[in-house]
Design a protein around this ligand. Structure first.
Ligand SMILES: Nc1nc2c(c(=O)[nH]1)N[C@H]1C(S)=C(S)[C@@H](COP(=O)(O)OP(=O)(O)OC[C@H]3O[C@@H](n4cnc5c(=O)[nH]c(N)nc54)[C@H](O)[C@@H]3O)O[C@H]1N2
Ligand SMILES: Nc1nc2c(c(=O)[nH]1)N[C@H]1C(S)=C(S)[C@@H](COP(=O)(O)OP(=O)(O)OC[C@H]3O[C@@H](n4cnc5c(=O)[nH]c(N)nc54)[C@H](O)[C@@H]3O)O[C@H]1N2
Ligand code: SF4
Ligand SMILES: [Mo]
Length: 709
């Protein structure tokens, strides 16, 4: 299998008449290395070439990445600001749009106070832009209400890592080490479809005998090649992890020296896991006893194992518990902080790692500083040139902002880089709240379903029209290069936020000529914080194939491997998780007797606002479908391709059935990349994890109906 890895030293060829601009893909956290081909004469984008010598992805790209260039000058691009007049969008000048925004923002804040305006950010943007969104909300608008789409993505991983390891860096090791690992325990990750270019590393390890254990209710392409597929009931990861730990203790696979020296809570964990015998665990998870035992022995015997998880385990009301428990499995084995071993979450969006570090979250300031920490407030106020008492208080999480819209506490909203009316749970409610706002502004480059509801749409640039940095799934900070000038009147988000701040009399805090200046401010703001970028420069990024944070000083090369000596908790020890099993918020009933889970397909990206516009991707997967087991289908007398209705107390949808044995008999799966009547989020549950405030996208109880013909 290892022939799939491109040999080191292979370089891309440059053809006559074109130049190659080196950058990274705009979509997922793999941030595959790519070159964009530009015609030297016309300066137009012609296509892409995978970058063979990029250290992590080695010339691999997926169907989304190789077609991403088609979005840059796509005919649907929004080229001017749009103002809604009598229910229809009319093209406007920047001055007209900014005049209106200034007037409405001042009116709303003048009447109802500063916090009546809110900001909803996103992490498909560079670090520079993500950093500025936090500052724009708190300094530009002076509001406490800011949160972002990463709340739906990375927040349970963050919660679990902070609890156990004291810091939220998604991977404890560089992924180039994965080829030397002996065992991968993957929970709730559809790796082959969602992080396709990472597969080469697992294959390479497998060639050398590494084992693969996959926990997923579906037999995904990755589960199919696993040594053990733990086909658990959605929402039962905490029982599974406790069950595996029960066996690690029982068969003495515990690294006692490591646990003694480096971990707290072992006795409590032992007590908690005592009841999670294979039989008890099987009773909750539905996974066969033999499979649980086999997985525990494989994992327990592997000298170098990596525990990895993604949204399957995280998007639950027990998401933080699940992350903490899975991380504890690695800790019991003494694996975190060692070569080719450790723990990692698969970062979702391109800058899902960086974008969560710089203060887009309701309670965080740059560098993972806490808004509730007076010292942090003082430091960041100094960097931003405001008085500490001017710093707004913590706000609420993304979904909870919609409740505040209902209560009319929030009356105006600025969405920057997200499509929440497709991607939130319970979107019929979300749409109502967005429609009830006094004023909605959206920055996007395509008219998303959320932008359609806006009063003003501001044309943002794509990733190829601006420079900056992102932080990939490993924690490696990389360079995104500007390829072409912004199309039409579009502007990068940092410029848009600066223009609005200027109109609100805060221009002195937003004087930037280029992203590099924002990065320098970010470096300073993060200095001394947990996610310390101070020692990272654009030059160092280019010289070193990226820089892993923390890099606290200019002469520091970065930190690819974390936790070699200590954890980032106050006492330097990791906290083993002591959590009982908590089931999903929703229970099955006579009316809603089946489970529904949601997720992705390889051809589309998130709310689909980008990939639904690329012909090839649209053709490959034109609409959502309901994946179900043949036995369930025959019970309802449903045939492959037949359209069925799914209903929950929140909404319903109709979609064709895809019959497959690769799913549990009691569970259906629907991908969520479409809006309006095709959106599965009409059905999903808005129940939140108590710590991370992550919605339970992965489990709800549902009714299945055959439609009369
Ligand atoms: N093609 C593609 N790739 C993407 C994206 C995309 O939209 N499309 N988005 C990116 C982003 S932002 C993200 S967050 C990642 C997401 O990456 P993943 O988390 O890998 O993707 P999902 O499809 O959301 O869910 C993963 C798996 O979880 C399983 N699952 C469902 N319920 C449970 C459960 O209760 N427990 C367990 N253990 N598993 C469960 C599902 O069957 C599914 O196979 O992908 C990134 N990459
Ligand atoms: N049912 C269900 N729902 C889910 C999930 C699930 O698994 N199941 N997963 C959740 C997860 S993990 C995530 S990450 C969210 C994502 O949810 P969203 O944030 O809604 O996802 P996107 O489609 O990426 O929305 C980004 C929008 O910003 C635009 N955009 C891209 N780059 C830029 C930029 O640089 N600037 C500006 N201004 N705009 C830009 C795009 O065109 C797009 O309209 O969905 C969540 N929702
Ligand atoms: S979507 Fe992800 S895996 Fe696919 S090319 Fe882009 S970064 Fe790579
Ligand atoms: Mo995500």
């Amino acid at each position: 299998m290892s022939q799939f890895l491109v040999k080191e030293g292979v370089k891309n060829q440059i053809r006559k008449g074109e130049k190659l601009v080196t950058t990274h893909c705009c979509y997922c956290g793999m941030q595959c290395g790519m070159h964009i081909r530009v015609d030297e004469k016309t300066n137009k984008v012609m296509g892409v070439e995978p970058r063979y010598d990029w250290v992590l992805t080695r010339g691999k790209m997926c169907p989304k990445g190789v077609t991403a260039y088609q979005t840059i000058d796509h005919p649907d691009r929004i080229k001017t600001p749009l103002i809604k007049k009598n229910g229809k969008f009319v093209e406007a000048t920047w001055d007209e749009a900014l005049d209106l925004i200034e007037r409405k923002y001042k009116e709303i804040q003048g009447t109802y106070g500063k916090d009546a305006l809110a900001v909803y950010g996103g992490v498909s943007m560079t670090n520079e832009k993500c950093y500025l969104v936090g500052k724009y909300a708190r300094v530009g608008l002076g509001t406490r209400y800011i949160d972002y789409n990463g709340r739906y993505c990375m927040s349970s991983a963050a919660g679990g890592f902070n609890k156990t390891l004291g810091i939220d860096r998604g991977s404890s090791l560089p992924w180039t080490e994965l080829e030397h690992s002996d065992c991968f325990f993957m929970a709730g990750s559809n790796t082959a479809e969602c992080h396709p270019t990472s597969i080469q590393w697992f294959w390479k390890a497998k060639d050398k005998g590494a084992k693969l254990i996959v926990a997923d209710p579906r037999e995904t392409a990755t589960a199919r090649v696993a040594d053990v597929h733990l086909d658990l009931l959605p929402g039962t990861d905490s029982a599974l992890a406790n069950g595996i730990m029960h066996l690690l203790i029982k068969h003495d696979y515990v690294d006692h020296e490591y646990v003694q020296e480096r971990c707290n809570n072992f006795e409590e964990l032992k007590e908690m896991t005592a009841k999670f015998t294979p039989e008890y665990t099987s009773g909750i998870t539905g996974v066969a006893v033999e499979k649980i035992i086999k997985a525990a022995h494989i994992f327990g015997k592997s000298p170098r194992s990596v525990v990895m998880f993604a949204r399957g385990a995280e998007q639950q009301t027990a998401g933080v518990d699940n992350v903490s428990l899975y991380t504890s499995m690695a800790l019991l084995r003494g694996q975190i902080g060692k070569f080719a071993s450790g723990v990692a979450t698969f970062t979702g969006q391109g800058n899902g790692q960086g974008g969560r570090e710089h203060g887009q979250k309701a309670d965080l300031l740059p560098g993972y500083r806490k808004l509730t920490d007076p010292k942090a407030v003082e430091y960041i106020s100094g960097v931003w040139g405001i008085k500490p008492e001017e710093m707004p208080q913590p706000g609420v999480s993304a979904y909870e902002m919609f409740h505040l819209m209902e209560a009319k506490t929030i009356r105006g909203l600025h969405v920057i880089c997200s499509n929440p009316v497709v991607s939130s749970p319970n979107i019929n409610y979300v749409q109502e709240q967005l429609e009830n706002l006094d004023f909605l502004v959206v920055n996007d480059f395509f008219l998303s379903e959320t932008a359609e509801l806006a009063d003003v749409v501001l044309p943002a640039t794509t990733w190829a029209e601006d420079e900056g940095t992102t932080t990939n799934t490993e924690g490696r900070i990389i360079h995104i290069r500007k390829v072409v000038e912004p199309i039409g009147e579009s502007k990068p988000d940092w410029e848009i936020m600066s223009l609005i701040a200027e109109r609100l009399g805060k221009g002195q805090h937003f004087q930037y000529n280029e992203p590099r200046e924002i990065f320098d401010e970010l470096r300073l703001a993060s200095k001394g914080g947990k996610a310390d970028y101070y020692g990272v420069t654009y030059e160092k990024i280019d010289e070193q194939d990226g820089v892993f944070w923390p890099a606290p000083a200019l002469d520091h090369q970065g930190t690819p491997s974390m936790f070699k000596e200590k954890f980032e908790t106050p006492d330097g020890k990791a906290n083993l998780a002591v959590c009982d099993y908590r089931g999903p918020a929703e229970v099955q009933s006579k009316e809603y007797p089946l489970w529904l889970t949601t997720g992705r397909v390889v051809f589309h990206y998130l709310s689909g606002n980008q990939t639904r516009r690329v012909d090839f991707l649209k053709e490959q997967c034109p609409e959502p479908f309901v994946e179900m087991h043949p036995e369930l289908a025959s019970q309802y007398q449903i045939e492959n391709g037949e359209r069925v209705k799914l209903t929950t107390p929140r909404g319903d949808m109709i979609a064709p059935v895809k019959i497959t044995k690769a799913i549990r008999k009691d569970t259906m799966f629907v991908p969520y990349h479409w809006g309006k009547k095709l959106a599965v989020n009409q059905l999903t549950s808005p129940a939140l994890d108590p710590i991370s405030r992550m919605p339970e996208f992965k489990v709800c109880a549902v009714k299945l109906e055959k439609l009369s013909k």
